[in-house]
Ligand binder design. Structure first.
Ligand SMILES: [Zn+2]
Length: 325
């Protein structure tokens, strides 16, 4: 609805100086859940607060200005990536919207704006939406029909290992019993995430936006980026749903990236009720354990070259880690 409104009003620019940062339905749930509330209390209330003279400030500058927690660096990277994507792939300066001036001058209208944003926000979080609509509400922007169908089809054939296919299916179809879901069934069960204990354990929170997961995902994305020599952006659409259309690579690299990311989700599911993060070493050992079966599979198909194309970079990486260790 919000995006329809924006289209109708021809609001082409994604952000203006006074675009609210906290409780803004334009922001993906991953960001709204992660930092906007905390940053709001530190006086980052609008997008303009992230900018100086129209230019997005560095994390160091923002930390100094608003005393932000250093552990929010990964969230800042996600935010920057989101802003860049929304602005068509480049970081552009923000400008003032003519209406903002009028609205901000009238004291009595000030509350109205945030009231409207929060109202629209709560509409987006309605229960009973279908899987795809739930992901759209979580991640934004919308999936096209064809794009969504392709995503579901590819999820069924990216790996020979049925365990990977099942994990990817379970994430896409949101079958996990999240604390939020269990709480709705039985009110005596806590709705809060067992790791951070401060946010509602929604599906997106449990797999992605929990502040406790930042270091886990940061390590994994960094390692995959290094192995594949491809920058893996902190984009839940890619990481959780396997939408590789946003990556500039194809073929063997895509195969490896998908398997590696799916195993990362699986490791979170393995430690579902734990207070502790899954260690990234668990991810690496799960990933490594795929190698023998994959080798047999590709040999049977008489495609040892394909096996090498997909797995050799990981094997090289493991050797360098071994030597360093
Ligand atoms: Zn949490």
């Amino acid at each position: 609805m919000w995006s329809d409104l924006r289209k109708k009003t021809q609001s082409s620019q994604p952000f203006y100086n006074l675009t609210p940062f906290h409780a803004n339905p334009l922001l993906p749930q991953a960001l709204r859940d992660g930092i906007t509330q905390v940053w709001f209390t530190k006086s980052i209330k609008t997008f303009g607060d992230l900018y100086k003279n129209g230019v997005l400030e560095s994390f160091e500058d923002l930390t100094a200005k608003y005393s932000l927690d250093k552990k929010h660096f990964f969230k800042f990277l996600q935010l920057k990536h989101y802003i860049r994507t929304e602005q068509g792939g480049r970081l552009l300066p923000v400008t003032k919207q003519p209406l903002d001036d009028i609205l901000s001058r009238k004291e009595e209208l000030k509350g109205l704006k945030s009231y409207m944003y929060i109202g629209i926000n709560s509409l987006l979080e309605k229960e009973g939406l279908k899987v795809r609509e739930k992901w759209e509400a979580d991640l934004f922007p919308n999936f096209e029909d064809a794009g969504w169908t392709e995503l579901c089809e590819k999820a069924q054939r990216f790996s020979y290992d049925s365990k990977h296919i099942v994990t990817q299916y379970n994430v896409i179809h949101r079958i996990y019993h999240t604390p939020e879901r269990l709480h709705n069934i039985n009110q005596t069960i806590s709705q809060y995430c067992p790791r951070c204990k401060s946010e509602v354990g929604s599906l997106l929170h449990m797999f992605w936006s929990c502040s406790q997961l930042s270091s886990y995902w940061e390590t994994i994305l960094k390692t995959i980026s290094k192995i594949t020599k491809t920058n893996i952006p902190p984009e839940p659409r890619l990481i959780l749903l396997g939408d590789t259309s946003i990556l500039p690579v194809r073929g063997n690299k895509i195969k490896f990236i998908r398997i590696a990311l799916t195993i990362a989700s699986k490791c979170i599911a393995l430690k579902w009720k734990s207070e502790h993060l899954p260690p990234s070493s668990l991810w690496l050992s799960e990933l490594t354990s795929c190698i023998p079966n994959e080798k047999i599979m590709y040999n049977l198909k008489q495609r040892p070259d394909k096996f090498e194309g997909i797995w050799d970079n990981l094997i090289v990486h493991l050797n360098t880690v071994d030597m360093a260790g």
